[in-house]
Design a protein around this ligand. Structure first.
Ligand code: FMN
Length: 303
């Protein structure tokens, strides 16, 4: 029997559950020289804000055991460039569902960006990254407070009828009230997890490695933490979940799905090996056979 790797996410059929994670794959077209983008389940585009951003000063990437720290600071050309130039350019290269990743520093910024993404024919799914500081409330991250997460979700929901996923931060002691707040405000799904805050020090220079001092930790060491978050959210909520964090093999895709994920994002692995996603996709059928899985959708949340 042929292994069925397809999954349905927000009502959209993906040929497989493997999605490059936002910020690790540019806007997709940069990677088209490496392989055919049609092979991917979907593509999460680089994080986009209302205004263009230059990002943080360099150095802004630090390699660590088990992963890396980044403080890129959401460098991007702004939502208008995404909808008018970039999304059509990516769409000309592939039919793969495109996920716009939206960041903001005030509730209304998220709302305006979602309205613009909603009006863009090439965008299929909107993923709202709430790991950003709320400048109107002392810089507290939206994703660490159920009320702030609810406010962003409510505004984004009003702005779009496209499938709306809220991407949550792991920097909380209990993910359940935050996940449920997003679900209650009409999110169609959740993405978990973003990076964990971290810091490295250059002991010779006696200075932080990153110019920003701190950054977000990602990569293989994040995997068990991400599986735990996905399982907790999947147990508490009914909406689909995109699992993300440390995934670099087909076995890990399957583990993430058993924890409750409907699809899986691959982030830092793309920086180490640009062919990480197609390699995982190629390996999936053989691993499914070994594990007696005919249809990948059958294992979602099976534990
Ligand atoms: C260099 C870099 C840039 C990132 N930029 C974004 C971003 O713009 N928006 C976002 O939601 N997540 C961003 N992330 C987080 C990833 O999408 C992902 O959630 C995280 O890295 C965990 O997955 P991984 O361990 O597979 O990398 C970024 C991660 C890295 C490493």
């Amino acid at each position: 029997m042929v292994s069925d790797t397809s999954v349905t996410l927000g009502g959209i059929r993906l040929k497989n559950p493997v999605i490059p994670a936002s910020g690790t794959f540019g806007f997709g077209f940069e990677m088209a020289a490496c392989y055919d983008l049609n092979r991917l389940g979907a593509i999460a585009l680089k994080g986009t804000t209302l205004e263009p951003r230059f990002g943080n000063p360099t150095p802004r990437i630090a390699e660590c055991t088990g992963g890396l720290l980044n403080a890129v600071g959401l460098q991007n050309p702004g939502i208008d460039a995404l909808v008018s130039d970039i999304a059509p350019k990516v769409r000309a290269l592939c039919d793969t569902p495109l996920i716009a990743n939206i960041s903001g520093f005030a509730v209304d910024e998220y709302g305006i960006c979602c309205e613009k993404a909603d009006a863009c024919a090439e965008i299929d799914i909107i993923e709202v990254n709430i790991s950003c500081p709320n400048v109107h409330q002392g810089g507290m991250t939206f994703g660490t407070d159920p009320a702030a997460a609810a406010a962003v979700t409510r505004r984004a929901r009003k702005a779009t009828s496209k499938p709306l996923f809220i991407k949550l931060t792991p920097n909380v002691s209990d993910i359940v009230p935050i996940a449920k707040a997003c679900e209650d405000e009409g999110a169609d799904g959740l993405t978990l997890i973003n990076t964990l805050p971290g810091m490295r020090i250059d002991i010779r220079r006696r200075k932080p490695v990153l110019a920003n001092r701190t950054g977000g930790f990602s990569g293989p060491a994040l995997f068990p933490i991400a599986v735990r978050f996905v399982n907790q959210a999947a147990t508490a909520c009914r909406i689909p979940i995109i699992g993300c964090g440390g995934v670099s093999t087909a076995e890990e895709v399957i583990e993430m799905m058993m924890a409750g994920a409907t699809a899986v994002q691959v982030g830092s692995a793309n920086l180490r090996d640009p062919l990480a996603c197609p390699t995982i996709i190629d390996a999936l059928p053989a691993v499914m056979k070994q594990l007696n899985i005919d249809k990948l959708e059958d294992i979602i949340g099976i534990i």
